[in-house]
Design a protein around this ligand. Structure first.
Ligand code: ZN
Ligand code: ZN
Length: 177
């Protein structure tokens, strides 16, 4: 997804494009997720004399694995991020805009900038570290492995499912005082 910023006329330009995972450097099977289909990107470019404001909106669907019950599930995401490109040689700099929101400022020395890595990062950052198939996922029985969302087992009620949080609480309860 390369855009020639030098040739871009001043003013506003909108681009809507469907990008495959391959085009933005997302593998068919990423470690944490699988991208399903294309990424629908809507890009708004606003060029002034020395800067180009780039607003990227993306819609995409991914397959994730629940961190509690280990079932695969699908989720649709919508992400939006703004970037500023400024003529010059400097490297990436994060600066505060008037609205105090973080704006990513990039400096471009070459005519063409590649938006693909930005879109890729937006997707990677949107994926939670511990995905849940649903907020109240009951998880797996630590003894027999039964999926408590779907079935019951004899251990239910006596035991808590294995999760990071319950381990932490167990530990806290053991602390003196
Ligand atoms: Zn789950
Ligand atoms: Zn069980």
């Amino acid at each position: 997804m390369k855009i020639n910023l030098k040739e871009l006329p001043q003013g506003r330009k909108e681009i809507s494009v469907n990008l495959s995972g391959g085009e933005i450097g997302i593998k068919e099977h990423e470690k944490e997720f699988d991208l399903i289909g294309d990424v629908a990107a809507h890009i708004l470019l606003l060029k002034s004399r020395t800067t180009v404001n780039v607003e990227i909106e993306i819609d995409y669907r991914v397959r994730l694995q629940c961190s509690r019950c280990l079932e695969l599930f699908e989720k649709t995401y919508h992400e939006k991020e703004s970037f500023v490109f400024r003529e010059g040689e400097e490297k990436l700099r994060k600066e505060k805009s008037l609205s105090e929101e973080d704006i990513y400022t990039y400096f471009y020395a070459t005519e063409e900038v590649d938006l693909s890595p930005l879109i890729r990062d937006m997707i990677i950052l949107s994926i939670p570290m511990k995905p849940l198939c649903k907020k109240d996922c009951k998880g797996l029985c630590p003894v027999c492995g039964a999926n408590w969302n779907k079935e019951t087992c004899e251990h239910m009620g006596n035991l808590k499912p294995v999760t990071k949080l319950s381990k932490l609480l167990e530990f806290k309860n053991k602390l003196p005082g």
